[in-house]
Structures are given as structure tokens and as C-alpha cells.
Design a protein around this ligand. Sequence first.
Ligand code: GLA
Length: 357
Amino acid sequence: MGWNSWNCLRHDEVTAQAILDAASAMAENGMRDVGYNTVVIDDHWQQGRDRVGRLVAHRERFPDGIEAVTDAIHDLGMRVGIYSVPGSTTCGQFYDSYPADDLGSLGRERLDAQTFASWNIDFLKYDWCRAHLNDGIDVRAAYELMSSELHDTGRDIVLSISEYGIWKPWEWAYGVANMWRTTDDLKPTWWSLASTIVQQYPISQFSRPGGWNDPDMLQVGNGSLTTSEVRTHLSAWAITNAPLMAGNDPRQQHPDVSLMLNPDMVAIDQDWGGTASKVYGYVGDNPIFAKPMSTGGTALAILNLHDRVFRADLRPHLPAEYLTTYREAWTGAMFDEHDFGAVELAPHDSHLLRPIA
Ligand code: GLA
């Protein structure tokens, strides 16, 4: 769990001060204390490389370097992440005309891993950005190389890889990376959210401790998502044990951001009950996800991905052991067999159900 700068800070907005202000806001607004404690500096932090080829942070925006930022964030009891790519070219250089040269880690994997470790970095987001086309490199070999270089630094650095699910990392990245993107960039729109959720159905079972499916950073508080859609966003991430990397601007208040602090949602997301979630079944095309909880029982998420109200008696569709008593995460109310008999969800809304032990 944590926060990543990409969905709210780009180009000149990526400054030491903005990152520190975001971290301080998270310490004050409750995010850190419920678990959002890794602060990731995404792309656009770089100046270039020095004479020996070491990466250098942008000199004006990070006047004291990255290490000063990591020290200050560690003092807040939080961890720090940074961004790089295995090829020669970052996504910022390729897609956003980011004005710098020679930023990718290609050929400098050991030096970059050592540099990040020397800055006391705790997490590396290692993106892809067309490295197979730009540089002709192999995805799996590239990620294995950085994984082993990070390991050799002796520092415990979480590796988050991001090849957008193109090469099915859920089939091979366990033991290489700690989390892998499963899909393209999540945009703050219903269309992007719904299609990302649908793409998780067949692969949710591959997530497990030490290697998690990552359907991308949260878009809570961003763009055009309604409160119902945010509930569906968080319900889907929680039931699939997805990393919860906030993408809002923590320096500003948005009413939906409080949903990220929901204790039942966070508890379901962070709990490992022995197997990953699966779509238990569909009612009118809408998925019912189920996952066991280590505390007993099964958590359920009933998602209404349609543009119309979803009304159903779910009792004939669910096994008897699911028809027990839960707390509905979003209302805080009890939810029992009677409620399963008369489910009613507004368009794009969801129930997230935590079993009561
Ligand atoms: C890609 C990634 C994003 C972000 C940008 C940075 O698009 O998927 O999450 O890291 O690159 O340029």
C-alpha cells in the first residue's frame, strides 16, 4: 500500500517539496496509519547521468538529491519508491517529450540498482515502455536481470514491474518481481475501470504472497469517477488482494478519498486466506468474486458493471456456506441471508462483504 506520484504530478510538478508535502499530508490525513506507507516517485524525477554514468535527480526540483527526500520520508515512518525502465528510454521520454537523455537502465542495471540502494530506496517501479521495440530486449530476461541486481545490493527493495500484462507476467514473474501490472494504464473513467476489472476475471487466481497481480494505481479522487464507481473500484481491488497505491493528490481533500480508508476494505485487501480470489459466478453478467479470509469465512464482492439497476435474489446462486452474516463495507450495516434475497445495486455500484467471525 502506498501512493504513487504519476496520476497527479508530471514534469515540473515532480519536486522534492511536492513529494514531501504529499507524504506529510498522508501522515496527517490518516492514509499512512491505515497502511498507505510507500511513497513512490514515478517518472519525471531525473536530470540525466553524471560523468561516471550514475543517475542524477533533476537539479532544480531535487536540489538536495533523492537521498534527502528518502531520509525525510523515512523519518515519517514511510518507505520510498522510485521509477526506472529496463530499456534505453523512459515512457516520459517516449510519450511525453521529457527533456533528458540516457535515462533507461539498459547496460547500467548494476550501477542503477546500487545507486537506488545508496539512496535508501525501498521500492522500484520498473516500467517497460516499448523496450522490445526500442532496444530489442527480452522482457523476462530484462526483469530477471534487475531482480538479481537489486538482490545483490543487499537492500530489501520491492520490485514492481509494469509491462501492462502483454507477456502474461502472472505466469512467470513469481520469484522475479513482487507485483506485476496486469493491464494497460488505468484512466479515471468508468470505461477504463470496468474494462480493467473484466480483464482480472480469468487471472485473479494467480495472485499470491510475494507476487501480486497489479491492476494499476488507484484513480480514487481523480477524473470523472462517481462515488458508486469508486466503491466498485475499491471493492474489485480489495477482493483481488491488489496493491493499493493511491493516485490522488493527498494535499487536497476529495470526499471520495475517505473511502480508501475504509477499514473493512483495507482488511479484505491485506488479508491472505490461503488462496486468491476467483469469480465464483455471474448473475446477469455481473461477477460475484469470493476469497477466503484467514479469520474464517469468505469475503464477497458483488459488482454491478451495468448501466442499469441490478436487482436479484442471489440465494439460489450461492452455496449455503456463503449465506451467512457479513458487514457491508460501504454502509457498515449487517448483511445477511435476507439481504442476499433482495440485492439492489445502483448502476456501477458494488457490495463488499466482510464475514463476521
Ligand atoms: C507508463 C506507466 C505509468 C507511468 C508512466 C510514466 O505509462 O504505465 O504508470 O509510470 O509510464 O511515464
